[in-house]
Design a protein around this ligand. Sequence first.
Ligand code: CS2
Length: 500
Amino acid sequence: MRGAGQRLRLDTLDRVAGPGRGWHGPQVDPRALRVGVVHLGLGAFHRAHQAVFTELAAAATGRDDWGIAGVTQRSAAVREQLVPQDGLYSVLERGADGPALRVVGSVREVLHGGGDPAAVVDRIADPAVRVVTVTVTEKGYRRDGRGGLDRSDPEVVADLTGRPPRTAVGQLVRGLQARRSRGGAPVTVLSCDNLSGNGRVLRGLVHEFVAALPAAQGAGLADWITGAVRFPSCMVDRIVPATRDEDRADANRLLGLEDRGVVVTEPFRQWVIEDDFAADRPTWERAGALFTTDVAGWEAVKLRTLNATHSLLAYLGALSGYDTIAAALSDDRLAAAAEALMVEDVTPTLRVPDGLDLAGYRRQVLARFANPALRHRTVQVAMDGSQKLPVRLLGTVRDRLSAGVVPRHATLAVAAWMVYVARGWDVRGRELPLDDPLADRLRAAASADADPSRLVDSLLRVSEIFGPDLPEHGGFRAVLTEQVMRLRTDLNGSSSHHPY
Ligand code: CS2
């Protein structure tokens, strides 16, 4: 019988699989897969992105040595979802033609980094593992205002003392240290987070961590890492909203089994990877990934166009009472602001990679945002603004300011973030969550008072976000203040005079 609460597992999957089923089964035999990849940060994004590429690549080549050992960092919830399901889960793609379901079998092991850090170290040390991928979100890198390793972070300090490591960088370094002592097989560490130069950033953090170790522990390690470990950069792209009960219900209905690990996403997926590997790797190009020697151009296009516009729509949209990105974009004034940000402010700062049609890219981004079936919540994209603004928006701001222009729409996005932080509720009187590692400091800075110029000055002084330069730029500050003022007036009063 299909369904009736039976949990998705290898044996139940065999029972429901068959001709005419409305979904795709794993493209490889999960039972035959051996672990070749360790992934740090087994959240929804990895499961909807790299895990899918990895499975399709294995299927295209018939190789059985690219299974994934996924590490959940803090919460054990993902392990509780996936372990009873033999690592299987479904990816529910919501596109224009209705939902499509794929069961993914490439995750073969689930480790809980918080509960068993030694197992993580051990896995990274395993010579059968040739690639370690990482999605721990911007804040998981634990960087300070200069972008280096935050030595004042208590978790970093504790990892440096030699406890079983809890931070991603600590796990990597301890894993590499153990790997070196087990023969030192070369390995590639691939950051897949939305940071510019993500590979270079992660390599820098790893080396800083090693340099901070007691001399006896660090001796020779940095040199070995330089010789045997590569840190390519990559650009990842797929919109993966948090899974809702409705998504689980739809997936379970399509599948005929109960899956507690469902992830929901759009049909689109893209991965552009710097071709700089220490050893063997999955042939992700067979699954649609693009390998290049120049990833920086792609990365800037994506972060400054897609992610920046996402943040603009998230802050303006949430303040204006729109629950989802698609709803925000259906407001003509917000759509116009999004378009103007991309065309007027971002485009002049981009070096367009060969083969990319930028106008087509912009249209595609807006069409993806407009997908009504995704229900990507504005407050989800709004979270962690302190980590996201510098990467998505402030590079554009700085580039335009040095060209002598104040970019009004990028500045509007910053203003909307400031109002979001300070105001705390939307036009319908609903509370807006401030989910951010700097939340306490931001709240303190924003509570200064109601005067827009004081609010702007006090938030601009959060130097981890704005650095030493932006608060000093009179032209930027003036436009920002004016926009904060107009936004606030507008949100408090009639809705007919939106400044955007
Ligand atoms: C979003 C991204 O939550 C956010 O901040 O902008 O997660 C976005 O959906 C992805 O980068 C798309 O690839």
